[in-house]
Design a protein around this ligand. Structure first.
Ligand code: SF4
Length: 315
């Protein structure tokens, strides 16, 4: 089965003005000024038609590769999230929804420079590697009213000044469905929720906070420059007090031996595959190094074994 509901209701927007239907898919080719413009574009509609006609799209191969080795894919995850919409589409393939699922970052303001990151997502890397051209994504009341799922990424969202200048909090307080919609926040967990952020997040009934952590103790501090394990654990307990809090662990070459350690230390770990940079993707390791890793049985989980064989990076 190849059908995915994502292109019918979801859109991801990054700071450089690129749009995708999900984080596993390449960016769309067209240049769009707003999420709505991309969502209504012919290339997104073409993707929907491919889904309706059961075509297996090359651009969606990352999902199929994961499914082939028994790992839950984004496709399966989205299809589980939106059974009503899938039913509606089955009844009437011409039906089209508004954007119900939006993933966005305000800007790249961040106090970390992680090995897997880039200027698009970290102002620290931008300082290091040069200024990037930025687009903006302002939430308008119409989009917010229709959302069933909003994911906020950074930079570090809670350090973003744009969240204030674009009246994000007012728009959210007036239009977001606090009872039913899901809000997902990704944070580097270096700061605690306070002020406007705290007042907003405490109203959300379905709140999931992903604290990014790509290794414990010295490994975590090495691969996520700016991370401090003690501060992380302290703040993690605070988040646990008022939100469904999970760890987002992006698995790469420098932390592949940390899989079991993460599982021992934290109860909710979401293993995420690395798309870029390619040189940190475990699947590019030479065969003899992969064998060495697999022989290191005690510290490599079955997930790591799969990650060694699947090429999830973008080229
Ligand atoms: S099948 Fe996978 S890659 Fe394609 S749109 Fe759906 S979630 Fe994204």
């Amino acid at each position: 089965m190849s059908f995915c509901i994502a292109p019918f209701l979801k859109i991801n927007h990054d700071l450089t003005g690129n749009y995708r239907p999900c984080d596993f898919h390449d960016e769309f080719e067209g240049e769009y000024k707003t999420p709505e413009e991309c969502f209504r574009s012919p290339e997104m509609e073409l993707m929907r038609l491919d889904m309706i006609h059961g075509l297996i799209r090359d651009e969606c191969s990352n999902c199929h590769k994961l499914e082939d080795v028994g790992i839950k894919s984004r496709r399966q995850h989205f299809n589980e999230m939106y059974p009503d919409e899938i039913f509606e589409l089955k009844m009437n393939p011409r039906v089209r929804f508004p954007i119900k699922d939006l993933e966005m970052s305000f800007d790249n303001t961040c106090n970390f420079a992680c090995v897997t990151c880039s200027p698009t997502y970290s102002s620290q890397w931008e300082k290091e590697l040069g200024v990037i051209e930025k687009a903006t994504c302002d939430l308008n009341p119409e989009i917010v009213k229709n959302l069933k799922h909003l994911t906020l990424l950074g930079g570090e969202p809670m350090l973003s000044k744009r969240a204030y200048t674009q009246e994000f909090f007012k728009t959210m307080h007036e239009n977001f469905d606090f009872e039913n919609a899901l809000l997902v926040l990704y944070t580097n967990n270096s700061i605690q929720p306070k002020g406007h952020w705290y007042n907003l997040l405490k109203k959300v009934k379905n709140l999931i906070v992903f604290c990014s952590l790509d290794g414990v103790d010295e490994v975590g501090e090495y691969v996520r420059f700016g991370h401090n394990q003690e501060i992380f654990d302290y703040n993690y307990r605070i988040w646990k007090g008022f939100a469904d809090t999970r760890i987002a662990f992006t698995t790469h070459i420098m932390n592949i031996f940390q899989v079991n350690k993460m599982l021992e230390r934290y109860d909710e770990v979401d293993f995420q595959t690395l798309h870029s940079p390619k040189y940190l993707n475990p699947s590019i390791l030479p065969a003899h190094i992969k064998d060495m890793i697999l022989q290191h049985d005690d510290s490599v989980g079955s997930l790591a074994v799969c990650l060694l064989t699947i090429r999830t990076f973008r080229v």
